[in-house]
Design a protein around this ligand. Structure first.
Ligand SMILES: Nc1ncnc2c1ncn2[C@@H]1O[C@H](COP(=O)(O)OP(=O)(O)OP(=O)(O)O)[C@@H](O)[C@H]1O
Length: 330
């Protein structure tokens, strides 16, 4: 993901614009004092911040499960505060922690929920359900007829994603979608999800409290503090490398240099020329691998340099000091 908003956006993906949105709950709690944020079409933006800072409130204002008390929200050029909320929610996929599948309906029926509401012909719905289950890595013949309680947590999560994508929504909202599964399954689901997103290129806003998840998934990350205040809105590498405030610095943690290595690829710009012997005996790293993986290869072999290859051909030499510089932070 190169973080360029909007490039290669999927069919029908819409940008989201939050213009000075506010939410004051009836009891007087100011969950969001004023927030402006732009999400490009086809971009995956992560909202992160301490508990109670207003992340879920922001997310739910986008599909109007919660009515904003001020400001405007645009999907593309449409002001969502002026359209019927039920019709709006059919255009927006929504995935929540523990998924919220209907327990007495089969997997296929769950995935078919929104196409059913939209009155799609049965055959079209059936074809779409099969296509989506395959897309999320579940064999339709095997899983379509099961009930949610007959699935693992990770499988339920995938059904939740398939259901949210069923009617080809213009936007996907995800609230802690992977937090109910164990760390190993979570990492696998995140990787699969990134592959899926590369294919469908939806505009996605995802809420998490897990910084590693934010860094792994986000094209850009919005760090919020209490009252929905936007502390910083940046790519993962920029956020980790140059925190905009003490709040962000503390939030991204003392190990942000290591995290930054994981999201910074090895490029030609950091390479030195190959030595006369072509770097015989040195470990190999591929161009585009993360600086974190390169450092791992260097540490494992004990070498000061690695040979960087592109399509199997050596293109330069990478010094350990250059790798460390890639993780430098302000
Ligand atoms: N219905 C409500 N009535 C009054 N206050 C509410 C309501 N819902 C949420 N709040 C308050 O609004 C603030 C923001 O809540 P929200 O759930 O958006 O935060 P969050 O960042 O998603 O939190 P978490 O990470 O803990 O899920 C909190 O102070 C919360 O107590």
């Amino acid at each position: 993901m190169d973080g360029t908003p909007g490039d290669a956006a999927g069919h029908g993906a819409a940008s989201i614009t939050l213009e000075r949105i506010r939410k004051r709950y009836p009891d007087g709690t100011e969950a969001v004092r004023e927030l402006s944020l732009q999400v490009g079409a086809g971009e995956l933006v992560v909202l992160i911040g301490p508990s109670g800072c207003g992340k879920s409130t922001v997310l739910r204002m986008i599909n109007r499960l919660i009515e904003p008390t001020g400001g405007r929200i645009l999907l593309g050029d449409d002001d969502v505060t002026r359209v019927d909320p039920v019709a709006l929610r059919r255009r927006i996929g929504y995935v929540i922690q523990n998924v919220g599948l209907f327990p007495h309906q089969t997997v296929a029926a769950n995935v078919a929920t929104v196409p059913g509401l939209l009155g799609w012909p049965k055959q079209r719905t059936r074809a779409r359900v099969g296509e989506l289950l395959e897309l999320v890595g579940l064999d339709p013949a095997q899983f379509g007829r099961r009930y949610p309680h007959e699935l693992s947590g990770g499988q339920r999560q995938r059904v939740g994603v398939a259901r949210a994508l069923a009617a080809d929504p213009v936007v996907l909202l995800m609230d802690e979608p992977f937090s109910a599964v164990d760390p190993i399954v979570r990492t696998r689901l995140q990787e699969e999800f990134l592959r899926l997103q590369a294919e469908v290129r939806k505009t996605i806003v995802l809420v998490t409290h897990d910084l590693d998840e934010a860094v792994r998934l986000g094209d850009r990350i919005a760090v919020l503090s209490e009252g929905g205040r936007l502390e910083q809105y940046d790519t993962p590498a920029a956020l980790l490398g140059s925190p905009a405030s003490d709040f962000v610095r503390e939030f991204v943690g003392a190990d942000r240099g290591i995290r930054r290595l994981a999201v910074t690829p090895v490029t030609r710009a950091v390479l030195d020329p190959l030595p006369a012997d072509g770097g015989a005996g040195l470990p190999n790293v591929a161009l585009g691998d993360s600086a974190y993986d390169a450092l791992g290869a260097l540490l494992t072999s004990g070498a000061e340099h690695a040979v960087v290859t592109e399509e199997g051909r050596a293109v330069g030499l990478l010094a350990r000091t250059r790798v460390l510089a890639l993780g430098a932070v302000d």
